[in-house]
Design a protein around this ligand. Sequence first.
Ligand code: PEP
Ligand code: MG
Length: 538
Amino acid sequence: MKIIEGTRVSGGIAMALLRAYRPDEIDISKSEPAGALRMDRFEDAVDKLRDRLAILGDKARSETGEKGAAVFEAQKLLLEDARLYGACREQIEGGAGAEQAVSSVFDRAAEELGASGDPYICERSADVISLKDELLRILSGESLSDGLLEPCILVARDLSPARLMELDTSKLLGLVLFEGSPFGHTAILAGSLGIPALVRCGGIDDDTDGRYAVLDADGGRLYIDPDEEVKAAFSAKIAEAGERANEGTDPSKNDGSDRADPDDGAGCRVYANISDLRGAEAALETGAAGIGLFRSEFLYMGRDDEPTEEEQFKAYKTVLERFEGRPVIIRTCDLGADKCPSYLSMPGAENPALGLRGVRFGLKNKEFFKRQLRALLRASAFGNLGIMLPMVTRADEVIRCRELLSEAASELESEGADIGEYKLGVMIETPAAALCADELAHHADFFSIGTNDLIQYTCAADRTSPDAGEYFDPKSPAVLALMEMTVKAAHDHGITVGVCGEMAADLSCTKLLLEMGVDVLSVNPGAIGALRRRIRTD
Ligand code: PEP
Ligand code: MG
């Protein structure tokens, strides 16, 4: 028996034969017709891919609902992105072949996005690569067919959302990728299709095809040629999970107000983390009780200029209106460190994660920050808004933000704008904030623990570095102690405390978090269903 470890992107257990998926390498060096024909081939491939994405979007809609369809809508938008499309045309006009142009433009874009080191931006890099692969396949004339003849666990280096959706998903019992991104669209799709899936599984031999395996996606393991004991243990778990799923899928229970522990009455709500309007729609599909983290900085990324106050206002207003009075917590932009849009002059630093990041950047660039605060205040008239401050380390930062908010509110009032009520919250994602939680709670209306950064800073383990992976430990006693202090301080002051880092979606931590007494767990929309079921059963 061989055990392979990976990162869980969609929970569950599968027991079946492994099927290796190895698409042929595409030769981009082959000669092709000169002149206008090159452009025609490129345009034709883009048209074909657009049509295919539309068909796959419809298939995803019927199998997973709007969330799955949105993945293909996003891919279509990316395909039409003027920077990618225009750059390919330019290269072809300059004499490059269609394959070379697609390959070099898409690779360069993916490299730039991948270099950011931020998992959410890297997700876009994976999207760019999967579109490139699809375009190259169409250009190569490869015909696509459903390679799944029998129920199986699919093993591949990586898999684009389009490839996944082209398969007969009823036969796809599990998915194991050597690479892949835990934040990528294939992961979201696997989650919405309910397919147990692991990514980043190194160490799989080439000869896995046809071997029997148990995929324990909850535990992040693949057992190849499992022994009888493992098979018996997981058969029992599958039977148990089947019974639980039958109890847990009653839509009438999907009201977002799960009780964490009916015995002592402690309640825990499940909110969604989003970074754009597409995420908000996906969150609505799951019946999320609210938005626990809207990473607003993504409105600022991937563009050549700062989003205007009006643009921001419209985005925030749309989400608030769509959530019809349910809480929507919008984090002020967490720029700096690995998120530095080119149009902002951000100081270079040896160690940017410890530099001018999040609220520090806002307070140093008040006019810039005020444009966002004005947009948020205007949007507050349209729903239940929480404004949340990232990277806080000292109480005076919260006090100064309140002052800026009052200043912005007076300006808006004198301009005749409507302002609603809002809450001001603090992200607890630095050890300093956790250690001062008692003082911070005097100035904050709520807390949300950002475990991604809290773990990084507490364990001195770069969250983006695989080498530091073993030190990045959510269950480290140091991290847990800081979280407990935070929860106590919040409750002593009568404010709520949530967890919005990835730890909230780690089902092996759910019990621990509920026992700690957190009021909200906020996770990516794709993780909401499994978390709900875990809360009901823990
Ligand atoms: C966190 O640090 O846990 C968090 C939610 O913020 P981000 O991942 O965007 O830094
Ligand atoms: Mg953070």
